[in-house]
Design a protein around this ligand. Structure first.
Ligand SMILES: [Zn+2]
Ligand SMILES: [Zn+2]
Length: 169
């Protein structure tokens, strides 16, 4: 959503509120499409003694997968932002952390969606102590022990050692 800042700058109003949802189901993050549900963007742009302040809540439900066992994981995500919007023709301020240069209008989707993506976790786990899958038989170790001998994999030299043993046979 694009919001015109003219009325704010001219003092016709002191704040502009927004509350809308966008569809990000086609947005790929970390090789998956985590936003199956609409993403809600709400907040306001307000004039604080001549400085435009954008404060917003970005709320959504994230659909992901456990990096260890592959089980689907869904969780609610809330990102709260507080940004300063600086006019393009105001040469005094540099764009940087939390500061955006804007013209007569601001593209809320552009600013808020990139902020949401920046705040996404690289790795999702179904639980902190997820045991993952057995690399030998594929059993979900959270459900129980499969009985495979997985000790060899612990040492990176185990496969090498096995090679040498095979040679000797
Ligand atoms: Zn898991
Ligand atoms: Zn197993």
């Amino acid at each position: 959503m694009k919001v015109s800042l003219k009325e704010l700058r001219s003092g016709v109003c002191s704040h502009i509120d927004f509350d809308y949802t966008i569809d990000l189901s086609k947005e790929e993050v970390n090789f998956e499409f985590p936003f199956k549900k609409p993403v809600r963007l709400s907040g306001s742009i307000s004039d604080m003694a001549g400085v435009l302040n954008l404060s917003a809540d970005i709320e959504t439900e994230v659909s992901s997968q456990c990096a260890r066992c592959g089980k689907p994981v869904e969780y609610n995500k809330l990102v709260e932002v507080d940004f300063v919007l600086v006019a393009e023709n105001d040469g005094t301020a540099d764009e940087g952390d939390g500061v955006f240069t804007v013209g007569d209008e601001v593209d809320l989707d552009e600013i808020l969606v990139s902020e949401l993506i920046l705040n996404m976790d690289m790795i999702t786990l179904c639980s902190e102590d997820c045991k993952g899958l057995c690399f030998k038989c594929g059993v979900d170790l959270n459900l129980g022990e499969c009985g495979c001998d997985r000790t060899g994999k612990i040492s990176p030299f185990a496969d090498l050692a096995k090679l040498f043993t095979d040679d000797n046979n």
